[in-house]
Ligand binder design. Structure first.
Ligand code: NAP
Ligand code: F7E
Length: 426
């Protein structure tokens, strides 16, 4: 421990954890007075995250804990643990200084939401909970309307009923799916921005448009600090396995190791503006730290086809895939393998034959109405929020491939030892 008191009446502080401080007073020539001040929760901000077990919820919880927040998360009751993404953050609730707490709850249950908000008295609510799969929303449209649409209203109304309008700031997870990808709705530069008209193309998009407008309405009607982040697609090693990027990075890794032969996809020509979830959750936080509540587009400003994402994922393994054929007959074939790279990564060279088809189209993954192209304009978030993403698409693909190759190697290892592995197929 150091004490350096050269200056008159100097005060040196030494942080003890995040909640208490030792203060050394140099009282002229009369000695040193030491006192320990216990900083209570007074200054600690409290956040409540719905959807804390999801991709964004997990990254956001970690981010806010690092910033010194007390974080409450709402998780759904499930017949088995579904907390894999946040297990590394969770503490034994009997320990001292617990700053991360989970509550059972559901966005379809107003009474539960009112009680949790009453108990936690959050400074910030991040409403990330949703049935977030666009294709699945065609199968469960009523449920999606209830959770993604009315669920947002339930949060806003709970804050109002509890008289917390002035204390609690609310972030609503809005989405680029609101635009629907109509070419005529892009701005002059060819992007979707905060002023572009909406035209949702799925029950998910339609439910989320209610969430968008009710958030804006409560802001205007009741002077609440409630904001929409209109986030374009963001991915990561924690992305759900049935979204296209993760489906691709998992399958490419398995194919490289000889654990799978072919990857079946839907619309290969769809284009998305893909960023990294770690960058996007920082934007969510920045949106709630502003002086005035506003809505922001969060995007990279670059769009890429599903087909090119496949090429990039395989290229990370030294496998070059080329596409030929049209529509449902289109296929991806191995045309080259960088053997040195493949060996260095521990791939199964024997299974990587030139001319082998590794990607095929299965129309069951087509959507009744598709969003063909999404491309966002992040100018406002970059200038007003000072948001600066760290990952471009190449860095995102590298991160996801590194993680999934490791994951699949674990499976390979278990299989070699005659242990059971889980088969996840859609
Ligand atoms: P995600 O991985 O699918 O996570 C969704 C979360 O919502 C999960 O924790 C899920 O719980 C929870 N949830 C589902 N139904 C619920 C209900 N009835 N009550 C309470 N919680 C419920 O989604 P994400 O990628 O993290 O996205 C976060 C939010 O941003 C979502 O609202 C999504 O629609 C929106 N969004 C995402 C993107 C993107 O590209 N990722 C882009 C724009 C907007 P379980 O773990 O129990 O399933
Ligand atoms: O599809 C095409 C598919 O499911 C992307 C959600 O986070 O972002 C996400 O929605 C594209 C689509 O994401 C397969 O047709 C081809 O054109 O990964 P996705 P999404 O539908 O864009 C928005 C912004 C959200 O808000 C949502 O919550 O890829 N595609 N083949 C496929 N998609 C899937 N899932 N599976 C395929 O096999």
């Amino acid at each position: 421990m150091w004490i350096n008191y050269t200056s008159y009446n100097s005060i040196k502080t030494l942080l003890l954890g995040r909640r208490s401080v030792i203060v050394f007073y140099n009282l002229f020539k009369y000695g040193v007075c030491v006192c320990i001040i216990n900083l209570t929760n007074k200054k600690m901000k409290v956040a409540l995250i719905t959807g804390v077990t999801g991709q964004d919820g997990a990254y956001l919880a970690e981010f806010l804990l690092k910033k010194g927040y007390f974080v409450h998360g709402i998780k759904r009751r499930s017949s088995s643990f579904n907390t894999d993404r946040i297990d590394h953050l969770y503490q034994d609730q009997h320990e001292k200084d617990v700053r991360f707490k989970l509550h059972y709850g559901d966005l379809t249950d107003s009474t539960n939401l009112i009680r949790i908000i009453q108990e936690t008295q959050p400074d910030e609510i991040y409403n990330l909970g949703a049935m977030s799969h666009v294709k699945v929303s065609f199968d469960s449209p009523e449920y999606v309307a209830n959770v993604d649409g009315i669920g947002t209203l339930r949060i806003l109304e709970a804050v109002r009923i509890l008289g917390l309008q002035k204390k609690t700031r609310i972030y609503q997870a809005s989405t680029s799916e609101l635009y629907g990808g109509l070419p005529e709705n892009k701005n002059a530069a060819g992007f979707y921005d905060e002023n572009s008209p909406f035209y949702p193309r799925s029950p998910y998009g339609v439910a989320k448009i209610y969430g968008f407008w009710i958030t804006k309405n409560y802001r205007e009607a009741y002077d609440m600090f409630a904001c929409n982040g209109i986030l374009f697609n963001h991915e990561s090693p924690l992305r759900g396995e049935t979204f296209v990027t993760r489906k691709i990075t998992r399958a490419a890794s398995k194919i490289g190791l000889g654990l799978q032969q072919c990857l079946y996809l839907g619309n290969l020509s769809a284009q998305r503006d893909w960023g990294h979830a770690k960058d996007y959750i920082e934007a969510m936080w920045l949106i709630l730290q502003q002086e005035k509540p506003e809505d922001y587009v969060i995007a990279t400003g670059v769009t890429t086809t599903v087909r090119d994402f496949v090429r990039m994922a395989f290229a990370e393994l030294g496998i070059i895939v080329e596409f030929s054929g049209k529509d449902e007959q289109e296929k991806g074939v191995i045309i080259d393998v960088d053997e040195e790279k493949a060996l260095a990564l521990g791939l199964n060279l024997a299974s990587l034959k030139l001319g082998e088809t590794v990607v095929r189209v299965d129309p069951k993954y087509f959507r009744p109405t598709e969003v063909d192209l999404l491309l966002g304009d992040p100018t406002k978030s970059k200038t007003k929020l000072g948001w600066t993403p760290k990952y471009d698409l190449q860095a995102l693909v590298e991160d996801m491939m590194r993680s999934d190759l490791n994951l699949m190697k674990k499976d390979e290892y278990l299989k070699q030892g005659n242990y059971q592995t889980l088969n996840y197929f859609e």
